[in-house]
Design a protein around this ligand. Structure first.
Ligand code: S3P
Length: 431
């Protein structure tokens, strides 16, 4: 439980934890490399720890120099003693499925009750087309995998999903001929960038990616940049809480991830990139965010996949904005850790918000005043963190139950808010 209320504007400078997508990939690709991969600023969070645990269960020696610094000795996997447990990590299980179908031993991939509710056919089907012996449990996990010879395919994806694209590309490493994946939109490209940095023969042309197997993967020496999706909560908070000015350092600004920046700016947000660089093969920057008067915006099309994890927190910006915000083409939100359209709308309604749910998004007419309430994170980190941001603009105190799940992607989230001046209290079971 966490009573939360912003007393005044958010102020100060902070970094954000390492990127979750890159931290999963550092483990999963590192375990395939010929030699030792070194990773700094690795995200030690619920989801990524699950992937690390699965790698260890596959016999991968992982040396932990400190919480966020790892050495991974890649190149030889062995059969695990039991099912691999990915807990809540959708990225972990789906990418690992692409790797495990190419191994010479069987495996079972499983997770929490929450993960067992999420769709897995989206990865099993393309892998089956490649000849993989993988079966789901009524379309969900546990996934049962047995060894099989894989062939290259030309796969046209029906949903813009980086997890599906990555699973196919990782399986393609073990196929007997090239694989081409055609994506409907610009899903995050971290797997492609990392595989190229490791020396794989991978060519990207627009939305088409071709991988030709055969080249051994070289180990990486990687410093993981800060997670844009974690910075997003602070960006929205500082935009909507009056009298705020914060600086966020070392944020990953990969163009396949920063859709929220474009949308917030279109809403009138005052966000400047004051320094740019490159970290771990990804563009990074320092963001300065000041509070601003926002106006509603229409969001749909290609930008949706570039900000898929940011639609919960965009709701808070929309509630503060003048006029209508309409989100469409975002039906993928319904199959995340929770149905993020339904759950967010239900929780924000407890605070007095009026939100029109749509099958593929939502419509909000602002500005609206929120009142404090008892709300619940539903074991979904992005829901819990969005509710904490909503709490800052509410007129009385809010208690966010299950804030601890924020640590699935943003360990230290409540403490980061406090350091930026948010008045609140983290109780014993807080993250
Ligand atoms: C991720 C891809 C996205 C995103 C998830 C992380 C990744 O999922 O929502 O948080 O690291 O590849 P989809 O690929 O299912 O859209």
């Amino acid at each position: 439980m966490q009573p939360l209320r912003a007393g005044q504007g958010l102020r100060g400078q902070t970094g954000v934890p390492g990127d979750k997508s890159l931290s999963h990939r550092a483990i999963l690709l590192g375990m395939l490399a010929q030699g030792r991969t070194e990773v700094r600023n690795w995200l030690a969070a619920g989801d990524t720890e699950a992937t690390l645990g699965a790698a260890r269960a596959l016999g991968v020696p992982i040396l932990r120099h400190d919480t966020n610094t790892l050495s991974i000795d890649g190149g030889c996997l062995r059969e695990a003693d039991g099912p691999l447990n990915f807990v809540n990590a959708g990225t972990g299980i789906r990418l690992a499925a692409g790797i495990m179908v190419g191994q010479s031993f069987p495996s079972v991939l499983d997770g929490s009750d929450q993960l067992r509710r999420r769709p897995m056919k989206r990865v099993a089907e393309p892998l089956q087309l490649m000849g993989a012996n993988i079966s789901t449990t009524d379309g969900r996990c546990p996934l049962h995998i047995r060894p099989a010879q894989l062939r290259g395919v030309h796969y046209v994806m029906s949903i813009a999903s980086a997890q599906v694209k990555s699973a196919v590309l990782l399986a393609a490493l073990f196929a007997d001929s090239p694989t081409t994946v055609v994506q409907p939109g610009p899903a995050r490209d971290h797997t492609e960038l990392m595989l190229q940095a490791m020396g794989a023969d991978l060519v990207v042309e627009g939305n088409t990616v071709t991988l030709t197997p055969g080249k051994p993967l070289q180990p990486l020496n990687l410093s993981v940049p800060g997670d844009f999706s974690s910075a997003a909560f602070l960006m929205v908070a500082a935009s909507v809480v009056p009298d705020s000015e914060i600086t966020l350092t070392g944020v990953n600004l990969n163009r396949t991830r920063d859709g929220l920046l474009d949308v917030l700016r279109a809403m009138g947000a005052d966000i400047e990139v004051i320094e740019r660089g490159v970290e771990g093969g990804e563009p990074v920057g320092t963001l300065r965010v000041r509070s601003a008067v926002l106006r509603g915006v229409e969001v749909g099309g290609d930008v949706v996949v570039r900000m898929i994890d940011e639609f919960p927190v965009l709701m808070v910006a929309a509630l503060c904005a003048e006029g209508e915000t309409l989100v469409r083409d975002a039906q993928e939100l319904r199959v995340k850790e929770t149905d993020r359209i339904a759950v967010m709308a239900a929780e924000l309604r407890k605070m007095g918000a009026e939100i029109e749910e749509r099958p593929d998004g939502y419509r909000i007419v602002g500005p609206q005043k929120l009142r404090g309430a008892e709300v619940d994170g539903h074991d979904d980190h992005r829901i819990a963190m969005t509710l904490s941001v909503a709490a800052m603009i509410a007129q009385s105190q809010t208690v966010v139950h299950d804030i601890a799940c924020a640590a699935d992607s943003f360990p230290g989230f409540p403490q980061t808010l406090q350091a930026l001046g948010v008045e609140g209290e983290v109780r014993a079971n807080g993250a």
